[in-house]
Ligand binder design. Structure first.
Ligand code: SF4
Length: 268
């Protein structure tokens, strides 16, 4: 039967005005979340958005869904616990690069090996925005030198490579300036039965500067034509050698899954 009253993206937004700086990439991410929820025709009361701490982790506060702005780096244990207790919910964990790959990094391999059916969306602007511009684990040596940040020679974390190495079954990359692409990646990630990761290249207009945005736009591109996302070797090659390619880097074929996602509720 046709849905005569389909949900619209605005149905997933509350009336709280975001406190993000004008031009922050997080606005686009929020819109892509609401678009994906509408596209999948999800009931508001069946969605939970769980975050850690940081500018981007404010996102659940602006969604007309259940949500939890939790503790720094702890979105994944909370999201995993929620999904285990309430497998009927669509659970999306989100946060920034600092939240994910500094204090939160120890939780990632364990969430992946438990393989809960949830999506982890990391908004990577390569800097700590909320605490005013320190280097994060993904800050490039180039940006560190440009901004005069300490630790300029430290090797940055490669998010897609790290997550693939941990064994995730779905890994995609997108960018905050393209809501259509973000919505598509998020939709596919939510539909994937198991742990799905999205690396979202974003921009902090306040602490990176406009030149970072321009540089990002010049470097990003789609995955090569004919790219086979079910080939793990190709995914590792792209993750290692091409940090600017956007799309689904890896989707594990169902017959290669060693573990069923956590879908059964725990006993009362
Ligand atoms: S400080 Fe940066 S990341 Fe934080 S809201 Fe402003 S632009 Fe966005």
């Amino acid at each position: 039967m046709n849905n005569l009253n389909p949900k619209k993206p605005i149905d997933y937004r509350n009336d709280i005005h975001p406190v993000w700086c004008a031009g922050c990439g997080d606005y686009g991410v929020l819109k892509s979340f609401t678009r994906a929820f509408a596209k999948l025709e999800l009931s508001n009361e069946r969605i939970a958005v769980i975050s850690g701490i940081g500018c981007s982790s404010r996102l659940p506060g602006y969604c007309e869904t259940y949500g939890f702005n939790s503790v720094h780096g702890r979105s994944l244990p909370i999201a995993t616990g929620l999904k285990t207790a309430r497998p009927d919910l669509t659970v999306v964990a989100c946060g920034g690069d600092g939240d994910a790959f500094a204090i939160g990094i120890g939780h990632i391999p364990h969430a992946i090996r438990r393989n809960p059916d949830l999506t982890y969306f990391v908004m990577d602007n390569s800097i700590y925005g909320l605490t005013k511009g320190q280097a994060s684990p993904t800050t490039s040596t180039e940006l560190k030198k440009m901004r005069g940040l300490p630790g300029a020679e430290e090797i940055p974390v490669n998010p897609a490579l790290f997550i693939l190495s941990c064994g995730a079954g779905f890994v995609a990359r997108t960018q905050a300036g393209d809501m259509g692409h973000m919505t598509e990646m998020l939709t596919q990630a939510i539909q994937y039965p198991g742990f799905a990761f999205i690396h979202c290249l974003s921009v902090c207009v306040t602490y990176q500067g406009r030149e970072f945005q321009t540089g990002l736009e010049q470097k990003i591109h789609a995955l090569p034509e004919g790219y086979n996302a079910s080939n793990i070797d190709s995914a590792f090659q792209i993750a290692r050698n091409d940090p600017w390619a956007l799309g689904v880097l890896y989707r594990r074929p169902p017959e290669e899954s060693q573990f069923s996602p956590v879908t059964e509720p725990v006993d009362e």
